[in-house]
Design a protein around this ligand. Structure first.
Ligand code: F6R
Length: 241
């Protein structure tokens, strides 16, 4: 795992956007798995700007889901699908047959998980995954204590995630479960980038990087990935020894 610390959220986001663009330039048919949330938002804005400036061709690139709130419709502005469509797929004009997201309204969630696992396998695995980290250490919706042997699965959301997750929604919603890729996917992904910024992430970043490697802090498992990169701004890195 490599650690990169930047002086600001802006320079950090520039670097992550550049890493994604280089991946697609190197391999246009890349399979990308991208998180939603506040941390990668600027990355996506810069990615869109840069991609347009260099006329980057995304027509062969595939995008797979990282996670979704179970029971939240895709037209709810708090859903992961809405976020990615608004900030990435729409602006980059990604064709819908290249976008593979979870249907969080399905009545057969087990089949939905199996279908996502099959899609990822059929595409030859994930080339690049960009994840954030929750203040409880979650990655995707792999919550503290999760089994690291899982592929796609449904999980009971941690109380912290249920509370913090309200920030994505205009009105209070019940978010008890998430559907997420599991650590088996993360482990098999060729390159994993984690992005964290701001002082609110300083404590969990120290735990992730300097504490025990344990599923009680799921992000710490990334330290065992041979091609993982952690992008921090100076605020998130404050407490590191
Ligand atoms: C969202 C996701 C979550 C977030 C994490 C950090 O798709 O997978 O694990 O990455 O909760 O969220 P922000 O970036 O909003 O602090």
């Amino acid at each position: 795992m490599k650690l990169l610390i930047f002086d600001s959220y802006e320079t950090q986001s520039q670097a992550v956007a550049d890493a994604i663009l280089s991946q697609v330039a190197r391999k246009p048919e890349s399979v990308l798995c991208l998180a939603t949330g506040d941390s990668p938002l600027r990355t996506y804005q810069l990615l869109v700007e840069k991609a347009k400036a260099v006329r980057m061709d995304f027509s062969m690139t595939h995008f797979v889901a990282l996670d979704e709130w179970v029971g939240i419709p895709p037209d709810n502005s708090g859903s992961c699908k809405y976020f990615l469509t608004k900030n990435l797929f729409g602006p980059l004009a990604i064709s819908s047959d290249r976008i593979h997201l979870f249907d969080a309204l399905t009545s057969d969630i087990k089949s939905e998980c199996a279908a996502m696992d099959d899609i990822i396998q059929d595409l030859g695995g994930i080339d690049l995954m960009l994840v954030g980290i929750g203040i409880n250490g979650h990655v995707g919706f792999n919550e503290p204590g999760v089994s690291t042997e899982l592929y796609s699965h449904v999980i009971q959301l941690d109380e912290v995630t249920q509370k913090v997750g309200q920030k994505y929604f205009k009105e209070r919603v019940e978010i008890k479960e998430g559907i997420t890729l599991g650590f088996q996917h993360i482990r098999q992904t060729k390159m994993v980038l984690l992005i964290a910024n701001g002082s609110k992430k300083a404590e969990i970043i120290t735990k992730m990087l300097e504490g025990e490697i344990t599923s009680d802090c799921p992000a710490s498992i990334l330290r065992k990935h041979s091609n993982s990169y952690v992008y921090l701004d100076s605020l998130a890195a404050t407490n590191l020894s």
